[in-house]
Write a new protein. Structure first.
Length: 370
């Protein structure tokens, strides 16, 4: 549901009831992942999506029904629809389960608080019961990254504690996940399935080299949801005016800045300087850090010389193997914008273990099970 957090936050602050439809299970080539949501308010305004269009109309009507009637939360399954244009189903061949529930914000202050955290860019997790006793279905629990007590309740204190601990682990990994709670014959025979929605800080894209390619890459990086930093040792080039799409523009030696800033497994490091005096100390450090992606721009000749210098600098072979160089996928790019697209495409493919090959002519599912 956090894919539509901004609108939900507005509705909650206005104490406006709405119906929320959340994708809680998918199989096959379902177009959108678990946790994606669609919401409908009393005026019929809709936001979000659960299927990219295939079953949107049916889910919208179900939302309106539950919102007006006050019926308890319900689950609906949508499977394959053949070429009958009037059938309700997924033409892609997948299946999805949707949980639809009425939300009355006035009685759920912890939900408003969670959406406030998202709007402020703070990490937060929201646990939602998606399967279990009917009277518990749809209950939510707000969990922050620190050790503070969770807000709301799933129905039992021991459930709250157990889910909060696992939700914090998912939050640290920035991953939405499904948890199973209860089911012990002697202590807690009731069994719950809980979906944990997480919102972590934006992943970082660190672009080194204040060149034209950096301008285009900073724009597409921000579009993809990265917090973008452009860094260059030359203050005359590292200016906000030249890189208006970057969140931060830093004038510093690249390796010195990288050593002092925070990175994690989602961080993408893009080295666009193709100048050895900057590249080698920077790459030597970057390749030793637990970042998700390290790419460097340059020709084949530049790349070969760069590898030689890295080996001379004592960079281990297994570190060098992590380097994506020449940077980007082969799209035949010529302009800075096309080159930025090729770099962003490689970062995306690397993050999701995609092949980067055309879907035309390939086999197997488009969206492999994670």
């Amino acid at each position: 549901m956090l894919n539509i957090a901004d609108t939900l936050h507005t509705w909650c602050r206005a104490a406006r009831p709405f119906a929320l439809a959340t994708v809680v299970q998918v199989s096959g080539s379902a177009p959108l992942p678990v946790g994606t949501a669609l919401a409908v308010d009393a005026d019929g305004n809709a936001v979000g999506s659960v299927s990219g269009g295939c079953v949107e109309g049916a889910v919208y009507e179900l939302c309106q029904q539950i919102l007006k009637s006050g019926e308890p939360p319900t689950r609906a399954r949508f499977g394959y629809s053949d070429d009958d244009a009037f059938a309700v189903g997924l033409t892609c061949g997948g299946e999805l389960d949707v949980l639809v529930q009425r939300i009355d914000p006035a009685g759920l202050p912890h939900l408003t608080s969670a959406l406030e955290e998202v709007a402020s860019g703070h990490p937060v997790a929201l646990a939602q019961i998606i399967d279990g006793p009917e009277e518990l279905l749809g209950r939510t629990l707000r969990v922050t990254g620190d050790d503070s007590a969770p807000d709301g309740t799933l129905g039992r204190e021991d459930w709250d504690r157990a889910v909060a601990a696992q939700a914090r682990a998912l939050l640290r990994a920035s991953r939405t996940g499904r948890l199973e709670v209860g089911g012990e014959a002697t202590t807690c025979p009731q069994r719950l399935s809980v979906l944990v929605h997480t919102h972590a800080s934006r992943p970082r894209m660190l672009i080194f080299g204040a060149v034209d390619f950096a301008g285009a890459l900073s724009e597409i990086g921000r579009f993809l949801g990265y917090r973008v930093t452009v860094c260059d040792a030359r203050p005359v080039f590292a200016t906000i005016a030249r890189f208006p799409h970057a969140d931060d523009v830093v004038a510093d030696w690249p390796h010195r800045y990288l050593a002092a800033t925070d990175v994690d497994a989602r961080t993408a490091v893009c080295v666009l300087t193709h100048d050895a005096k900057f590249d080698i100390p920077l790459l030597r450090l970057a390749l030793s850090l637990p970042v998700g992606y390290v790419g460097a721009m340059g020709s084949r000749r530049t790349h070969a010389h760069r590898l030689e210098l890295l080996r001379e600098a004592g960079v281990p072979r297994e570190h060098i193997a992590r380097l994506r160089s020449p940077i980007g996928l082969n799209l035949g790019a010529r302009t800075p914008e096309e080159t930025a697209l090729s770099i962003a495409a490689e970062i995306t493919a690397h993050a999701h273990q995609g092949s980067g090959t055309p879907l035309t002519g390939s086999t197997g599912p488009i969206h492999p099970r994670q």
